[in-house]
Design a protein around this ligand. Structure first.
Ligand code: SF4
Length: 253
């Protein structure tokens, strides 16, 4: 029996999340990551990164603890070329050695988005096909994922815990209580290269068709709709999103 299977059968994920939240209370992000990556506090852990505007912060913290930590990048096949180049350059710069590129199923794309315009007709469905399904498949290999989500980013994230339950794994947000000022100071201190799109006026970066230049954080995503969170982390409790009948979704960034 693997460590992950043992972990899931001996303790419910809710209880495990509660215990970790208690254990992490008052700890710095560095201490949390030390327990997770060097102390095996949550089993098999991967960091999930969109390689967006502030992705370098969490990736730097992870690299300092264990540069072999798997880094999952969801390549929706709709990213800016600048983001794809940034993935490779930042991995190399930080000395991270394990990149897992997760892509949508070609068969599913052929069936549901053959001309690549599904995002214009049904953005929730597009996120489901290009993000949710591939990530659910990829993340089942892990007990916990690390994200760079912060409470200040959106209204939906203001009550976010350090550790949440999502599908069959834990979602851990070591930077949850970091402010924008802390993020900027960390980037400056370590001279971390930003996603080059930041200099072009994109404060929050996702798929190219759904990202626009903006002065505010999430106004730059799905600017012409009420959608403020990608379909894969749309709920307040961060567990499962019901996009349509019998569909569920998970978070990635
Ligand atoms: S962010 Fe836009 S292009 Fe990307 S998967 Fe969602 S709807 Fe499709």
């Amino acid at each position: 029996m693997s460590g992950g299977e043992h972990y899931r059968t001996t303790s419910s994920l809710d209880a495990r999340a509660a215990a970790l939240n208690e254990a992490f209370d008052g700890l710095t992000a560095e201490r949390m990551l030390d327990r997770l990556l060097n102390g095996n506090a949550a089993g098999r852990v991967a960091v999930v990164s969109s390689f967006g505007a502030e992705a370098a912060v969490l990736l730097k913290l992870v690299a300092d603890k264990d540069p072999s930590t798997p880094v999952v990048f969801l390549d929706t096949l709709k990213h800016f070329d600048e983001t794809l180049d940034y993935v490779d350059s930042l991995m190399e710069r930080l000395g991270l050695t394990t990149l897992l590129r997760v892509r949508p199923s070609p068969a599913r794309l052929l069936a549901e988005d053959p001309d690549g315009t599904l995002n214009l007709r049904d953005s929730d469905r597009c996120c489901y096909v290009r993000k949710t399904l591939p990530m659910i498949t990829a993340l089942r290999h892990f007990d916990a994922i690390l994200t760079g989500r912060k409470r200040f980013q959106t209204v939906e994230r203001q009550q976010m815990d350090y550790v949440e339950v999502q599908e069959s794994w834990l979602r851990i947000n070591p930077l949850a209580d970091w402010s924008k000022e802390q993020i900027d100071a960390f980037i400056a201190k370590h001279d971390l290269p930003p996603n080059p799109l930041v200099a072009q006026g994109y404060p929050s970066i996702g798929c190219a068709p759904c990202t626009v230049k903006s002065d505010s954080y999430r106004d730059g995503r799905w600017a012409d709709s009420d959608k403020s969170e990608c379909g894969i982390h749309i709920t307040e409790d961060g567990k499962i999103v019901q996009i349509g009948a019998n569909q569920s979704a998970v978070s990635q960034d």
